[in-house]
Design a protein around this ligand. Structure first.
Ligand code: SF4
Ligand code: ZN
Length: 314
């Protein structure tokens, strides 16, 4: 076969004659770098508009860990900002205090915000809660992600409020969201499955938005490579304890064998939300009796956690 013949065997973009960089299995389509980046940005812009995630004059704080998802989110929102020019963009990094891991990702976050001149706020568990995550997890490593999740959620809300943000944007992607749907089903936690933190009407929570929730992990990685923003960063040492890890590998297998599985899970979640609208998420919002933050019970999750950490068990 001639060289030209070999070249023509390579997949070509379904929308032009350029070589393809990705195959979108669920829609059976190859895309070149230009069409793929445009497609991702368009889909993110679309979900922001249809779900009214960002409205004019919003001050959007991106929860920027410095990892892949939040880096892609910042890059895409920065592109949209240039087009729309009707919101402000800032970045918020939480330093949990995880030795050998966080230092590099924080450095990456600082580089990125410096490069684009984006206001950057950094806040640490030590400042907020008096110690590092590593210290809190001594002899409790197996509960790492649930403890970290409660502390990080509170840190993000406090940081976003301190920075005067009106929205908190997180980099959760399609894989994360589909995994969460399954994990909530496995735990039998229907209220959490249908709870939508972005839809609070009480005005007591800063609305959280997830603009990448329909973009897959693979698409995010490809986007970063194309934007020359891919960095090899270490994994959190506590990931080995996460239930999510098992669900992730199971779901990736399903997605590979049955393209579109993750999107179908998201559609199922939407239908369940619609079905249960108003009946499951009707608990009145109280104030935590320790810290005064909004809470569904007498004590907020953080104060409950702090009490049990002080008592020496969780
Ligand atoms: Fe926290 Fe778990 Fe994520 Fe590590 S893997 S940063 S412990 S939630
Ligand atoms: Zn509290």
């Amino acid at each position: 076969m001639s060289k030209e013949g070999q070249k023509s065997d390579l997949p070509v973009c379904s929308l032009c004659t350029e070589p393809a960089v990705i195959y979108q299995r669920h829609v059976d389509r190859h895309l070149c770098g230009t069409h793929f980046t445009a497609d991702v940005e368009l889909r993110v812009a679309d979900i922001i508009k249809t779900q009214q995630m960002i409205v004019p004059r919003d001050r959007v704080a991106v929860a920027l860990s410095g990892g892949k998802d939040s880096t892609a989110l910042l890059l895409i929102l920065n592109r949209l900002l240039q087009k729309w020019q009707n919101f402000q963009l800032i970045a918020l990094t939480i330093d949990e205090g995880i030795a050998g891991y966080r230092e590099e990702t924080i450095q990456s976050a600082e580089q990125l915000t410096g490069q684009f001149g984006i206001e950057h706020h950094c806040i640490s568990f030590s400042d907020l809660f008096g110690d590092t995550l590593d210290a809190f997890l001594k002899f409790r490593e197996t509960q790492a992600c649930s403890i970290c999740g409660i502390l990080r959620k509170k840190a993000l809300v406090r940081g976003a409020n301190q920075a005067g943000a009106t929205k908190l944007a997180t980099g959760h992607n399609l894989d994360d969201e589909a995994q969460s749907v399954l994990m909530n089903v496995f735990r039998g936690d229907l209220p959490r499955l249908v709870r939508n933190s972005g839809a609070d009407s009480s005005g007591r929570f800063i609305p959280r938005i997830k603009p990448l929730s329909l973009i897959s992990e693979k698409e995010i990685a490809t986007y970063l490579v194309l934007k020359d923003a891919w960095r090899h960063l270490p994994d959190c040492p506590y990931t080995r304890y996460a239930l999510r890890r098992e669900v992730r590998s199971m779901l990736s297998g399903f997605e590979y064998r049955h393209p579109g599985t993750m999107l179908h899970l998201m559609e199922s979640k939407k239908k369940i939300e619609h079905f249960y609208a108003g009946s499951v998420i009707s608990e009145p919002i109280k104030s935590c009796r320790e810290c005064g933050d909004p809470s569904s019970g007498e004590l907020c999750q953080l104060c409950m956690l702090m009490q049990s950490l002080r008592r020496g068990h969780t």
